[in-house]
Design a protein around this ligand. Structure first.
Ligand code: PNW
Length: 467
C-alpha cells in the first residue's frame, strides 16, 4: 500500500483544503490544569456506567502538553489545515463571568505553532464540553446558555481572531440535543424528548447569536458543522417507507438545515415537536437570528440511514417520536462502530445539500473510520481497511465535485486515536496510532497514504488492495 507506485487517479481542484480534525475533550487531557473548569463530559464520564470501561478524558492523548510534537507531525504529513476545538470551561470555568487567561494562552500557543508550520487553523467553539455550571442551570434547554455561548465566542475571537480565519460555532448539534438530552447516551445524560427539542432550539439560537457577534467583530469565515445523513427508504416504491424516510430526514437534516439556511423550521417538524412540547421557547425573531448568514457549511459524514415503516416498532431513543419506524441494521461492510460503509451515500448527500440549499459552499469537517488496529512486531500499523474507507469516500467527494458541488476541502476524523465519547478509548479513529501507556504516536499506513494524497492533490488510480 504505502509507497507503492501509483498512476494518476482523480485530481482535486487547486486550493482544495486537506486537513485532519480533533476535539478538545477527546485529546487534551489536563482536565484540572491551569484553571480549567468542569464540563458536562467530566461529570458524565466519571459517572459509573456511562462510558465503556469507565474511561474519562482526564489524560486522553495529553495533547495539552504534547501539542508542539503533534503539530510537527501534522506538518510532516503535509496537512494544509487543522480543525480543533476550544474548551469553553478552559476559557470560562463557570461558563459565564471571569475569563481564565491561562486557558486562552494554551490556544494562543497552539495557534501560533500551527501558523509557524504553515498550517491553517479551523476553530470549533463548541465540541460538546459545556461548562457544568451552565448545565446546573438547565444547560441547552434554557435560553441563558445560548446567550452565554455568544459571549464566550467573543472572548475566544478577541484573543485569536487576528490569526484564525475560520470560526465554526457548533459541532453536530444533532448529537448535543438528541444524544445529550433525548436518549441520554451522551452528556449530560438526560432522556426527555421535550428537553431534546428545547436543546435543538437553544443550540441553533446560540449559533445565530454567536455568528452575528463574530461577524460584527470582523470574523472572515463563519461556519457551523452538522452531521446530515443520506436517509433512504428501504423500499422506495412503498409510500409508507418513503414517509418514514421523510420523518427521519426531517429530524436529522431539515430540522437544522432549514432554520439555518432558509430561516424557518420545516412545517412538518413544528407539527412533530408539538407532540412533546408547546414550543414555549420559540420567540418571534428567533428564526431570523438563527439564519444569520454563514460562509461555509461543515459536513460530518460516516454512514447512511435506511428506514422502513413497521407498525409497533418503539421509537428509536435517538430520534424522538419515531414510533413505527424501523432503522435497518447495517448491510454489507461495516467499521468497528458497526457503521455501514457506503461512499455513494456521501455523493448523494453533497448533491442534495448543494441543490436544496442554494449552492452553499461545503467543507467535509469529519469523515473516517474506527478499526481496532495496533502496531505489528515491526512497529508498523497496517490499516488497509481505513485506507479503503478514506479512498472510497474521497472518490465520492470527487464525484460530487464533478457534478458541480462547491466542496472546498476535506478533514479526516481523526488526526489521532482519542476518547471516543461513550465508547471510551476502545474505538480507534486516528490515522496516527496512540499508545495510551507511553503516549507514543505512530503514523499508521493510512497517514502515509494520506500524506501522498495531499502531495499529489489527488488519488492513486485505484483503491489500494489489502497487503
Ligand atoms: C462525531 N452516533 O460523533 C463527533 O463529531 C466526533 O467527536 C466523533 O469522535 C466522531 O463523530 C466519531 O464518532 C458522533 O452515535 C458520535 O450517532 C456518535 C454518533 C454520531 C456522531
Amino acid at each position: 500500500t504505502s509507497g507503492a507506485p501509483a498512476t494518476a487517479g482523480p485530481r482535486f481542484p487547486d486550493g482544495f483544503v486537506w486537513g485532519a480534525a480533533t476535539a478538545a475533550y477527546q485529546i487534551e487531557g489536563a482536565a484540572t490544569e491551569d484553571g480549567r473548569g468542569a464540563s458536562i463530559w467530566d461529570t458524565f464520564s466519571r459517572t459509573p456506567g456511562k462510558v465503556v470501561a469507565g474511561h474519562t478524558g482526564d489524560v486522553a492523548c495529553e495533547h495539552y502538553h504534547r501539542y508542539a510534537d503533534d503539530v510537527a507531525l501534522m506538518a510532516e504529513l503535509g496537512l494544509a489545515s487543522y480543525r480543533y476545538s476550544i474548551s469553553w470551561p478552559r476559557l470560562q470555568p463557570d461558563g459565564t463571568g471571569p475569563v481564565n487567561t491561562r486557558g486562552l494562552d494554551f490556544y494562543d500557543r497552539l495557534t501560533d505553532e500551527l501558523l509557524a508550520k504553515g498550517i491553517e487553523p479551523v476553530v470549533t467553539l463548541y465540541h460538546w464540553d459545556l461548562p457544568q455550571a451552565l448545565q446546573d442551570r438547565g444547560g441547552w434547554t434554557v435560553r441563558e446558555t445560548a446567550e452565554a455561548f455568544a459571549a464566550y465566542a467573543q472572548i475566544a475571537f478577541r484573543r485569536l481572531g487576528d490569526r484564525v480565519r475560520t470560526w465554526t460555532t457548533l459541532n453536530e448539534p444533532w448529537c448535543s440535543a438528541y444524544l445529550g438530552y433525548g436518549s441520554g447516551r451522551h452528556a449530560p445524560g438526560v432522556s426527555d424528548p421535550a428537553a431534546a427539542f428545547a436543546a435543538v432550539h437553544h443550540l441553533l439560537l446560540g449559533h445565530g447569536l454567536a455568528a452575528r457577534a463574530l461577524r460584527a467583530a470582523g470574523a472572515r469565515q463563519i461556519s457551523i458543522t452538522l452531521n446530515p445523513t443520506a436517509v433512504y427508504p428501504v423500499d422506495p416504491d412503498n409510500p409508507a417507507d418513503v414517509e418514514a424516510a421523510r420523518l427521519v430526514d426531517g429530524l436529522h437534516n431539515r430540522m437544522f438545515l432549514d432554520p439555518l439556511l432558509r430561516g424557518r423550521y420545516p412545517a412538518d417538524m413544528i407539527e412533530h415537536m408539538r407532540r412533546f412540547t408547546d414550543l414555549g421557547w420559540l420567540r418571534d425573531g428567533d428564526e431570523e437570528l438563527i439564519s444569520a448568514p454563514i460562509d461555509v457549511l461543515g459536513v460530518n459524514f460516516y454512514q447512511p440511514a435506511y428506514v422502513s415503516a413497521r407498525p409497533g416498532t418503539p421509537a428509536d431513543p435517538d430520534s424522538p417520536g419515531t414510533e413505527g419506524v424501523a432503522f435497518r441494521a447495517p448491510v454489507g461492510p461495516v467499521t468497528d462502530m458497526n457503521w455501514q460503509i457506503e461512499p455513494a451515500a456521501l455523493t448523494r448527500l453533497l448533491e442534495r445539500l448543494h441543490r436544496d440549499y442554494h449552492g452553499i459552499p461545503l467543507l467535509i469537517t469529519e469523515n473516517g473510520a474506527a478499526y481496532p488496529d495496533g502496531p505489528g512486531p515491526d512497529g508498523r500499523v497496517r490499516d488497509a481497511e481505513r485506507i479503503a474507507y478514506l479512498d472510497g469516500h474521497l472518490r465520492a467527494c470527487h464525484d460530487a465535485l464533478s457534478a458541480g458541488v462547491d466542496l472546498r476541502g476535506y478533514f479526516v476524523w481523526s488526526l489521532m486515536d482519542n476518547f471516543e465519547w461513550a465508547e471510551g478509548y476502545a474505538k480507534r479513529f486516528g490515522i496516527v496510532h496512540v499508545d495510551y501507556t507511553t503516549q507514543a504516536r505512530v503514523a499508521k499506513d493510512s497517514a502515509r497514504w494520506y500524506q501522498e494524497v495531499i502531495r499529489r492533490n489527488g488519488l492513486p488510480d485505484r483503491a489500494p488492495a489489502e497487503e
